[in-house]
Design a protein around this ligand. Sequence first.
Ligand code: VGL
Ligand code: ZN
Length: 201
Amino acid sequence: MKKALIIVDVQNDFCEGGALAVPGANEIIPYINLLMEDNQYDQIILTQDWHPANHKSFASNNDRKVGESIILNGVPQFMWPDHCVQGTFGAEFHKDLNREKVTHVIQKGKNTEIDAYSGFQDNNHFMKTGLDDFLKYNEIQLVEIVGLAMDYCVKFTAMDAAANGYVTCLHFNGSRAVNVKPDNGKDAIFEMVQKGVTILG
Ligand code: VGL
Ligand code: ZN
């Protein structure tokens, strides 16, 4: 059985000191590096949040405050601080993440009009990113998922992986939630389990 590790959005803006810092984010980096050292994966894929500066998920581009919600092209959209702007330091992968064994990178959130939490597709399910095609082409049957943030991009990537027919496991210890509301991380676990994702310790 061929296995892939999907490392979601381990970028400076989601790490300590970043524009959208996820509590405890830096702690998962050594854990992820150890997983990769095991040489058990046929593919190691990074996803990268990669927004144009005028992206509509940014509060600043909608005359809104961070934390508000709007309807953007028919889909609820949380208003985020500016983050992961293409070509900036904040969008770069954290320097401590070992990228030697990475085989593929998927950039997402490039369309100004719609956000993309999942590594597989836009939030309006309009455009696929190429991740599913890549996994199918490489005959991957099982995916393990780690990264940031467990209640947004990790959750939607894991649920889409399960929906697309992959045996899907989330490494709880390799993920951290942003917890805009205190229970979001815990709720995300329940949602993922309901959608067929296995949680590993
Ligand atoms: C993410 C909020 C906005 C994530 C990306 O990587 O979880 N969250 N953009
Ligand atoms: Zn984003």
